[in-house]
Design a protein around this ligand. Structure first.
Ligand code: PA5
Length: 432
């Protein structure tokens, strides 16, 4: 039951008192029990809780399919939006080396489509696909979402023209509902290979289903280890049931206490740019889960030190409505030390023998101290390295925290009624 992820709220203690924590203990316990006993709002969408166990039986099929797909193509286009997109992208971006597109590849390159309505993007993508052997994984739980549906129609047409209809059907995999939706209907009719998103798992909690696992496996990563990490985190979170020992409960309650102090924005920060899409995934998970009934913390994100040169001023001295959560990676793969320079014209010789990673960590400590001094409470999630197992832990940790956080706010963390509003207007304007 040993997890590798840790959580610290040391730098938040000057903003919340032990009394406040104690006063909310029973509220927290109720929220926690509602999650693990599946008795809270939206409890028909709690299937994600059991995915680390339930997905084990699908591992062999997913891995076999991934190998077949990878052998067939240089490029795999993953079509999807929101929860049908961000999880896979987050994992692949975290695990791939930087500049992977310029390195010798053993696995196909993943490209993404259907996550916006840019015509120019699709046009350029098709020009690339013209030159490459490719296949398409189309992901949509409802099977009716406009952005991926449009992209898929264009790509299907291209694929059929390039390879012929019979071969194209073999180059398309659908991940969708077991029975409902236009994509399911099309997949059945056209005999696309199909994987199912379980009924009791909502889009943004679906990364540990084929939605996230198939593309990640195609990209050459070990999905069994991801699931193992999630299973370890599950075991830990179910075993330790109170604030003093459970890191998801600590994180959820502190967020809630900050919210009550009018700190209504959470800035998720990483000092490693490859976590960019993890932050995007976090924003979607928490934003869609908590932001309803005119309540909820606004989740946002930043990459430091880059954004210290843009948002840094605001964070330090702007309106005091923020708290910050830092995802700190203890060890990077790189080992570049600052070299000695006889001329020292750049005046950097005081840094010789430090690695860049060491300087990055010192920047992290210095920034945290400054932000806490400036009135921004800081939480810290630490991971020893970026690996499949640890990513599995993080996913389950965030999902669990999000569910508890939703219940603390007394909202249903598993629906998203507000997402419909823009669609209604768009459909009316388009004359649907
Ligand atoms: O979390 C959610 O439910 C949403 O973000 C969906 O994932 C997103 O809207 C895409 O939906 P679908 O998979 O039905 O195309």
């Amino acid at each position: 039951m040993k997890i590798k992820t840790s959580f610290s709220f040391q730098e938040a203690l000057s903003f919340v008192s032990t009394k406040e924590i104690e006063q909310n203990a029973s509220l927290l316990t109720t929220a926690y029990k509602n999650v693990i006993n599946k008795t809270g709002k939206g409890n028909d969408f709690l299937g994600w809780l059991d995915l680390p166990d339930n997905m084990v039986s699908q591992m062999a099929t997913l891995k076999r399919t991934a190998l077949q797909l990878a052998a067939q193509s240089e490029v795999v286009v993953v079509v999807g939006i929101g929860g049908s997109y961000l999880g896979a992208r987050a994992i692949v971006e975290m695990l791939n080396p930087y500049f992977s597109e310029f390195q010798k590849q053993h696995s196909p390159t993943l490209l993404f489509a259907g996550n916006h309505l840019s015509e120019e993007y699709l046009q350029d993508l098709i020009e690339v696909l013209q030159q490459k052997d490719y296949l398409v994984i189309v992901v949509s739980k409802s099977g009716t979402t406009t952005e991926p549906a449009i992209a898929f129609r264009i790509l299907k047409e291209h694929c059929e023209k390039k390879y012929g209809k019979t071969e194209a059907a073999k180059r398309i995999v659908a991940i969708t509902d077991s029975t409902k939706g236009a994509l399911k209907k099309m997949a059945t009719q056209k005999e696309f290979q199909t994987f199912v998103i379980p009924d009791n798992v909502g889009g943004r909690y679906s990364v540990l289903t084929p939605v996230g696992l198939l593309p990640v496996a195609v990209a050459g990563f070990d999905i069994e280890k991801i699931l193992k990490g999630a299973a370890d985190m599950k075991e830990y979170l179910y075993h330790f049931q109170d604030f003093s020992s459970n890191i998801a409960l600590q994180y959820a309650l502190l967020r809630f206490l900050f919210y009550q102090q009018n700190k209504k924005m959470e800035l998720m920060v990483a000092y490693e740019p490859k976590l960019f899409y993890l932050i995007e995934w976090f924003k979607q998970l928490f934003g869609e889960s908590e932001g309803k009934e005119h309540k909820g913390i606004f989740p946002t994100g930043a990459l430091f030190t880059t954004d210290l040169h843009s948002l840094g001023q605001y964070i330090q001295e702007g309106e005091r409505m923020l708290f910050e959560t830092v995802i700190s990676v203890e060890n990077s793969h790189g080992k570049i030390a600052i070299p000695h320079d006889d001329d020292n014209l750049d005046e950097l010789n005081y840094l010789i023998h430090r690695t860049i990673d060491n300087i990055n960590h010192i920047a992290e400590t210095g920034t945290r101290m400054a932000h806490v001094d400036g009135g921004v409470p800081n939480l810290k999630i630490t991971i020893p390295a970026i690996t499949e197992e640890i990513i599995g832990e993080l996913i389950y940790f965030f999902e669990f925290t999000c569910a508890v956080s939703g219940y603390l706010l007394d909202v249903n963390p598993f629906d998203q009624p507000g997402v419909e509003a823009y669609k209604k207007n768009m459909f009316t304007l388009l004359g649907k």
